[in-house]
Design a protein around this ligand. Structure first.
Ligand code: M6R
Length: 608
């Protein structure tokens, strides 16, 4: 949930690190800090709040000579957001500084042991415990590499860490276990970071470090070693295909807006190379070696979970595969998982690092079923641990609120349903051709409609900005969209919103409706339209105001109809999704909220 970066090179290191932190801020932003060596001693500077607070402090500091530094941007786990809990943390003797993303589960025991030896702690963090454990191990093991490894072997939990020593001003040490860490190879400079954009202006050559690996790097050299026995590990460097432009705002006010408007491109990229020449079959070579599952268990969190709920409709209707969809944090503690031979688990995760989803993946693997990963981030933990992975190819998603990732997940799920529908002969070629034609028409259709959709979202957000509550209602394939619309509104604008199956309203929630409690209904042109219309009428009968996302020509009387282009269900979701996203975006922006970095959140949730 935090972002770390380390740099050893030839440039002024602190600005490189701060710039990197800026691109990692989506991972956490309640405090930040840097460390570098000056005049033979470690200098640590930290500040509560966003990176700007740290930059202000750094502006007062002479930094020019340091060419090696590390930094951290924090999302609080142990200890409240405060300067004393911000990283880097120093060992008691001041010789070591550590930044850390993750949780050391046994830190209380280690802390008690260190305290009995006279160590004192100035923060509530597990990281301060770990850096002192390294210092303690160094007493019997003067080689820092060995002491570092010895301490990490005693630490239980998840970590990506970077370490500096006052006597080695040009060296960074780093290691990972169940938290992302990427090594960047430059010319006369090397990097480690939680995510590639942190060092992308300087190099596109990367090594995805594996769990249980440790790295020692200077400007000119690096070595990667196995934590267990310090045996050297060989990795081939990969070249990242995307560039800084993809990781920047591209003229938009916020990353979220840029990412919403990228969705037509995400769809065309996602289709590229995945449709056969006859345009009647999806090509997913990642699935060729796997049997068609008798039952599919989709496991995910947040927006990715909503994609899974939506995908269920297609996988069941087109491919005839029964699907169960579960929230990962619940799945991992179920007693009876019912994973049987010939079943398959599908874990969906934009980041590929979500702790609950990763745990679910491991449980499914223990049950002996193949686990398919649907990930956006190449080389992420889920991508590496799954039996097979399909990349959603959405490009970097920086805004904490997930938008284009959902679109790319939905597209990939549609392709999977087509692919398995073909293998199972459950979907005739004519129907597949028709559906592929529709998918291919989406980018142009969305490109045309997005600007008008944005205008309507702006207009409606102004009208409803005073609302303190919202219902989002949908049925069938629109129910997951109602959940997603409500999630977007609450996480961005902090307005309470509940996504509900429209047919369930009469079983209790309708009691909440009054003139100040508006409803956002999804009333698209599909088989369930008459039912949704009745549910809307029931809300109106209780003086509830209604915005309805609907299609041309439908007979529906609501306060605020929002007409979007008609597409056959369930593909209509591709047109409804950006409308929901834009409404939440505009609402949050109008209310002056921090759109790209909403309070209390982090992009990548690597804690349980
Ligand atoms: O990286 P993942 O797809 O595994 O992330 C899952 C959720 O944390 C994520 O979708 C979250 O709900 C977003 N903030 C939604 O906008």
């Amino acid at each position: 949930m935090c972002g770390i970066i380390g740099y050893a090179g030839h440039r002024p290191a602190v600005p490189v690190v701060v710039e990197g932190l800026c691109r990692l801020e989506y991972r956490g932003y309640d405090s930040a800090g840097v460390a570098f060596v000056r005049q033979g001693g470690l200098r640590v500077m930290r500040a509560k709040g966003k990176l700007a607070a740290l930059e202000e402090k750094l502006a007062q500091e002479p930094l020019a000579t340091a060419t090696c530094a590390m930094g951290h941007t924090r999302w609080a786990t142990h200890g409240v957001p405060a300067e004393r809990n911000a990283h880097p943390h120093l060992s008691n003797d001041g010789s070591l500084a550590l930044v850390h993303n993750g949780i050391i589960e046994n830190y209380q025991e280690v802390k008690a042991d260190l305290a009995s030896k006279g160590y004192v702690f100035h923060s509530e963090t597990d990281t301060e415990v770990l850096v002192n454990l390294i210092a303690e191990r160094r007493k019997s093991e003067p080689d820092l590499l060995h002491a570092f490894a010895a301490a990490l072997r005693e630490a239980h939990g998840a970590y990506a860490v970077c370490l500096m020593h006052s006597a080695e001003p040009e060296t960074i040490y780093a290691a990972r276990m169940s938290a992302p860490l990427i090594f960047g190879l430059g010319t006369g400079e090397n990097f480690v970071a939680s995510d590639i954009p942190a060092f992308l202006p300087y190099t596109r050559r990367v090594i995805f470090l594996e769990d249980g690996e440790l790295v020692r790097a200077t400007p000119a050299q690096y070595e990667i070693l196995r934590l267990a026995d310090l045996a050297p590990v060989e990795h081939e460097a990969q070249t990242i295909q995307w560039d800084m432009q993809a990781a920047q705002k591209g003229g938009h006010r916020h990353f979220m807006l840029k990412e919403i408007f990228e969705q037509p491109r995400v769809i065309s990229d996602g289709l590229t190379g995945r449709i056969n020449a006859a345009r009647d079959a999806a090509l997913l070579p990642e699935l060729d070696a796997l049997p068609v599952p008798r039952r599919l268990h989709i496991v995910a969190c947040g927006t990715s979970y909503h994609s899974g709920l939506w995908g269920r409709h297609l996988l069941e209707h087109w491919a005839g595969i029964p699907v169960q969809v579960e929230i990962a944090s619940e799945f991992r503690y179920r007693d009876s998982l019912l994973l049987e031979k010939e079943e398959m688990a599908l874990v969906i995760s934009q980041s590929g690092e979500t702790a609950d989803t990763l745990a679910a993946l491991r449980i499914a693997r223990e049950h002996g079923v193949p686990v398919l990963g649907l990930c956006n981030v190449v080389g992420s933990s889920i991508a590496r641990e799954a039996s097979a992975v399909i990349y959603t190819q959405a490009g970097p998603e920086i805004s904490v609120a997930s938008t284009k990732a959902m679109c790319s997940q939905m597209l990939t799920l549609a392709l999977m349903a087509l692919y398995w529908g073909c293998r199972r002969n459950s979907l005739p070629a004519t129907r597949r051709r028709e559906l592929i034609g529709l998918l291919e028409s989406l980018p142009a259709l969305l490109d045309d409609y997005l600007p008008a959709m944005h205008d309507r979202a702006r207009e409606l957000s102004r009208k409803y900005a005073q609302a303190r509550n919202f219902f989002y209602l949908g049925r069938g394939h629109c129910y997951p969209l109602a959940l997603e619309g409500a999630l977007k509104l609450k996480e961005l604008s902090y307005i309470h919103a509940e996504g509900y199956a429209a047919g369930e309203m009469k079983h209790g929630p309708i009691a909440l409706i009054d003139p100040a409690f508006p409803t956002f209904a999804l009333a698209l042109d599909d088989a369930l339209f008459p039912k949704v219309k009745s549910n809307i009428v029931e809300v109106q009968a209780r003086q509830g105001k209604v915005i309805a996302l609907t299609n041309p020509g439908l007979d529906l009387a609501v306060d605020d109809p929002w007409i979007i282009p008609a597409l056959p269900a369930p593909l209509a979701a591709f047109a409804a999704l950006p409308a929901l996203q834009l409404f939440s975006y505009e609402m949050a922006d109008y209310l002056g909220k921090d759109v790209d970095q909403p309070r209390n959140l982090a992009k990548s949730v690597t804690v349980e």
